[in-house]
Write a protein that binds this ligand. Structure first.
Ligand SMILES: *[C@@H]1O[C@H](CO)[C@@H](O)[C@H](O)[C@H]1NC(C)=O
Ligand SMILES: *[C@@H]1O[C@H](CO)[C@@H](O)[C@H](O)[C@H]1NC(C)=O
Ligand SMILES: *[C@@H]1O[C@H](CO)[C@@H](O)[C@H](O)[C@H]1NC(C)=O
Ligand SMILES: *[C@@H]1O[C@H](CO)[C@@H](O)[C@H](O)[C@H]1NC(C)=O
Length: 315
């Protein structure tokens, strides 16, 4: 299989996408929007420096990988309630969250519900349970995601292609739609995070049409949420979690696995940093978890003035 790849400026410079040296440069440079690329957690995003006492966070795809690490990070950040959604067993995540809730006086309640996020009824029922259990919801992390085998469009399987859209887009839509009334009523940080990807706007030029188009749609979805609910205090971000080996990426071709050098924590802890307080200047925009957050904050004026980190047509 010959996959055509492309590395846009924000992903690092690559002369020949095929040469390992170029791939390694991406690893080393990471991104160019800020100078420092992070591949592991660091003090500025330490979740124990965030105090989410009283707030409730919901994480989809929470049974493993990035979702599980994110749930644990919100427990470390002092959250009082966690809602874990996934199709598979959530016992291990629940236990890990309870063990991570170590703040003096922290009392964490974890609500774990087996849900297919693309199923409207199941999502609505889960949100009714959230309301009944906590009476509030402050943070939503749309992390559940699916990939399909890399294939040219005519060679792709229709069912698996649309399955990616069902989980990544319908799932994000259903969960966010059902959660928004609670977020609007919330007295907390009213944050929606969508786990998008660098694949939204680069890297795979071929063979990744299902995944790439859903991840691109995530960027616009975050922008819509920001515009429609910004005046009600809701902020939304679409993130690139980094290159991380998880069950989902473990099927990638060997030659790409060298791109996966980031820890789960750099993604999870950056998400907690995003939810630390509503950052209206960053709302509706794309954020890479590889970007050093202090350097990102230093570019606040540039981002707002240039309306950066959004998808636009070049004309
Ligand atoms: C966290 O915030 C709560 C109230 O929002 C406060 O009572 C508590 O002292 C804070 N904890 C820390 C460690 O700052
Ligand atoms: C966001 O959460 C932080 C930490 O709990 C809190 O200090 C802050 O007041 C919250 N902001 C809003 C707007 O609720
Ligand atoms: C998870 O916990 C529930 C309730 O404690 C239990 O019924 C179930 O068997 C557990 N699942 C696994 C896979 O151990
Ligand atoms: C959605 O979930 C409900 C309740 O579990 C189930 O009855 C229904 O068949 C599901 N719908 C689809 C389209 O899978």
């Amino acid at each position: 299989m010959s996959i055509n790849m492309n590395f846009p400026p924000h992903s690092g410079k690559c002369g020949s996408p095929w040469c390992v040296r170029a791939l390694l440069m991406v690893l080393l440079l990471g991104v160019e929007f800020v100078k420092t690329a992070r591949h592991d957690t660091y003090p500025a995003i330490d979740p124990t420096k965030t105090n989410l006492t009283g707030q409730v966070a919901l994480i989809t795809g929470a049974s493993k990988g990035i979702g599980k690490a994110t749930a644990v990070a919100f427990a470390q950040a002092g959250a009082s309630g966690l809602v874990l959604l996934a199709r598979s067993d959530l016992n291990a995540t629940k236990a890990a969250c309870e063990a991570a809730a170590k703040r003096p006086g922290q009392s964490l309640k974890v609500l774990a519900i087996n849900v297919d996020v693309s199923n409207t009824t199941q999502v609505n029922d889960a949100m009714a349970k959230v309301k009944e259990t906590f009476g509030r919801l402050d943070i939503v992390v749309n992390n559940a995601g699916a990939v399909s085998p890399l294939a040219l469009l005519a060679e792709s399987d229709s069912e698996t292609w649309w399955h990616v859209w069902d989980v990544n887009i319908r799932g994000t839509y259903e969960v966010t739609r059902a959660a928004l009334p609670l977020l609007v009523e919330s007295e907390g940080n009213r944050t929606v995070i969508i786990v998008s990807s660098l694949a939204a706007h680069g890297v795979f030029k071929t063979h990744g049409s299902a995944y790439g188009t859903t991840k691109l749609a995530h960027l616009r979805l975050a922008e819509y949420i920001a515009h429609e609910y910004g005046d009600k205090g809701v902020v939304a971000y679409a993130i690139h979690p980094g290159g991380i080996i998880t069950d989902m990426t473990s099927g990638a071709p060997e030659s790409y696995k060298q791109l996966y050098i980031d820890t789960l924590e750099v993604a999870a802890h950056t998400m907690v940093w995003l939810a630390r307080e509503p950052k209206t200047w960053l709302s509706g925009r794309y954020v890479s978890c590889q970007w050093d957050v202090e350097e990102l904050e230093a570019k606040k004026q540039e981002i707002v003035d240039g309306d950066k980190l959004k998808i636009r047509m070049v004309i």
